[in-house]
Design a protein around this ligand. Structure first.
Ligand SMILES: C[S@@+](CC[C@H](N)C(=O)[O-])C[C@H]1O[C@@H](n2cnc3c(N)ncnc32)[C@H](O)[C@@H]1O
Length: 283
């Protein structure tokens, strides 16, 4: 629940969403969210390149799939997962315990300001968890302080909107011709680290060096079939129907159904997506 979490005031909206309804939805559908980005799993783990004795920080760990993957690899080390969402962390803790991963720990905190032990980690990773900082320079500086000199940062973030069919198609259908809720590239949200120039500026200002972005692409999975994907998508984006009258709601849902049906395949409902793997060094 919100209340025990001390978030920076600049992150109040994100904390309210993730430690509120949005986080609860993710927690409830953890397997589905993990499956949605399965195409990126192996590549991200390879880029993280964690070895057995590494001490790893997983930023915005959510329900902890990456934390668990890395805890298995860092068998003589440990992994600390940090997240805003109490509900997602409950799932993360439960799943790590079920696997008896005693080297995985979780803490509910705002990574932008949390007092991490200094220079205590060899590598900091994040799968889609670093795009929500209101003050990314402060946040990455804080994370950099938690890394030992020579430590590494490896994150996966979305490439620009135009390369992410899933976002364009799903929000486009529900927008019904209204202006799309396109997140500004310098505001917290899924595309805030999509511009390579901005990434270099932000990480450079936070004290990181050797910034490298590698493009990755893959299909995102939204459901077994269009009906399954419709339930899931409306659970995530149903707020876009707020303010529409009954007729427009029906039209918007029809548009959503049409795009989902057009993306059905033998492997489920799939949309194109593109991400960056960003590596940086802590000097
Ligand atoms: C898109 S989810 C990704 C979760 C997880 N990494 C995964 O791949 O399944 C983004 C996560 O970042 C977390 N997050 C956002 N801002 C954060 C912050 N300032 N500090 C810690 N976690 C944050 C959210 O609570 C959410 O769980």
């Amino acid at each position: 629940m919100a209340g025990v979490l001390r978030a920076d005031p600049s992150n109040a909206d994100q904390a309210a969403a993730w430690d509120g309804q949005e986080g609860s939805y993710w927690a409830e559908h953890a397997d589905r969210f993990d499956r949605a980005v399965r195409a990126y799993r192996e590549g991200f783990l390879a880029a993280a390149d964690v070895s057995a004795a590494d001490r790893v920080l997983d930023i915005g760990c959510g329900t902890g799939e990456t934390t668990r993957d890395l805890a298995r690899q860092a068998s003589r080390g440990r992994v600390l997962g940090v997240d805003l969402s109490a509900a997602m962390l409950r799932v993360a803790r439960r799943r790590a315990a079920a696997e008896a991963l005693s080297n995985a720990e979780f803490v509910q905190a705002d990574a932008q300001i949390h007092a991490f032990p200094a220079a205590a980690f060899d590598v900091a990773v994040s799968r889609a968890g670093t795009m929500f900082f209101a003050d990314p320079v402060a946040a990455f500086r804080n994370i950099g302080g938690a890394l030992r000199p020579g430590g590494r940062l490896v994150q996966s973030v979305w490439q620009p909107l135009a390369d992410n069919e899933w976002f364009l198609a799903l929000t486009g259908a529900l927008a019904l011709g209204r202006p799309m809720p396109t997140p500004a590239v310098d505001a917290p949200g899924p595309f805030s680290l999509s511009d390579p120039a901005r990434v270099r500026t932000v990480l450079g200002a936070a004290g990181f060096t050797d910034v490298r972005l590698d493009p990755r692409s893959g299909s995102m999975w939204f459901g077994e079939d269009a009906a399954d994907a419709e339930r899931f998508t409306l659970g995530m984006l149903g707020w876009m129907l707020d303010g529409l009258d009954e007729q427009d709601r029906r039209r918007a849902v029809d548009d959503l159904r049409a795009t989902l049906a057009a993306h059905e395949s033998d492997s489920g409902v799939l949309y194109a997506s593109a991400a960056w793997i960003i590596r940086a060094a802590r000097p």
